[in-house]
Design a protein around this ligand. Structure first.
Ligand SMILES: Nc1ncnc2c1ncn2[C@@H]1O[C@H](COP(=O)(O)OP(=O)(O)OP(=O)(O)O)[C@@H](O)[C@H]1O
Ligand SMILES: [Mg+2]
Length: 252
């Protein structure tokens, strides 16, 4: 039996921002039903790599393969069409929109302008109901559902962003520090969602600085340092120290 190609492969990715060489010949593979932790110190290039995969930035060199085929991902909308859902570290949600509007932003349920106002309102309620049902199923509690997300806490916003990704995920889900702003209980919820995404057959790429979370959830870990991949291993308690040394660049 031949093994299927990885759902996502990055080959020799290069990215520069002026004088900053953010990605230096980075290659990695993500597989269905696995969590890949992407690790590295601040400024290592993790978010840059994520943004190149999700169509925010273009690679200067190198290629991205989905199911073994080289693809060009020109925009975040294109990435979504390819089945790549991303929860960004910095631009997770639109502040002025409600949770439901954030859920469906840029999706098919958007109102056509020819629809009479009354019907648009009905569709809006349907979206509210659907988004509320999803958040409820995921046990995410919000004080108000019809308020702009700007008025919600960091943890609530993060939960909405991750919940949205779980709804639309089809192939690859990238979570850039999804628990960074969260308390213990909220983090637990997000980690459960990550496990659920994996169980549903997605390839999950998880960026986090929390080693406990990495050891609990990640099937493999790739470590970046100053834009370069410096290691790849299966994270366990036994090699946690080795992993930390790779991240900070100290001798093991
Ligand atoms: N849009 C940009 N323009 C210029 N430089 C950038 C840009 N985005 C990132 N960089 C630089 O690229 C390098 C990698 O940044 P990146 O955000 O990918 O790091 P990171 O690994 O995600 O770090 P952190 O853990 O702090 O989130 C940094 O030196 C950063 O300053
Ligand atoms: Mg980052």
């Amino acid at each position: 039996m031949t093994t299927p190609p990885p759902v996502l492969a990055i080959r020799r990715a290069e990215k520069r921002f002026g004088a900053v060489h953010a990605l230096k010949s980075v290659s990695l593979e993500a597989h269905r039903g696995q969590v890949l932790a992407l690790l590295g110190d601040n400024g290592a290039g993790k978010s840059t790599l994520v943004k190149c995969i999700s169509g925010v930035h273009a690679l200067d060199e190198g290629e991205i393969l989905l199911d073994g085929e080289a693809v060009a991902i020109h925009s975040p909308a294109a990435a979504r069409r390819f089945g790549i859902e991303t929860v960004y570290q910095d631009l997770a949600l639109f502040d002025t929109l409600t949770p439901a509007q954030n859920f469906y932003c840029g999706r098919e349920i958007a109102f056509p302008s020819w629809l009479p106002q009354g019907l648009r309102l009905l569709k809006g309620r349907a979206m509210d109901r659907q988004a509320a049902a999803v958040l409820d199923r995921l046990k995410v509690k919000l004080p108000r559902f019809d308020a702009p997300v700007a008025l919600m806490s960091g943890g609530q916003r993060q939960a909405i962003a991750v919940a949205r990704a779980t709804v639309f995920a089809r192939k690859v889900v990238i979570l850039d520090e999804p628990t960074a702003a969260l308390g213990v209980r909220e983090s637990r919820k997000v980690l459960d969602l990550v496990a659920q995404l994996r169980a549903e057959g997605n390839a999950v790429i998880l960026i986090t600085h929390n080693m406990e979370h990495v050891i609990e959830l990640a099937d493999r870990a790739v470590v970046l340092r100053q834009g370069r991949k410096v290691g790849e291993l299966k994270p366990t308690r036994a090699n946690q120290q080795e992993l930390v040394s790779m991240i900070v660049g100290a001798e093991a």
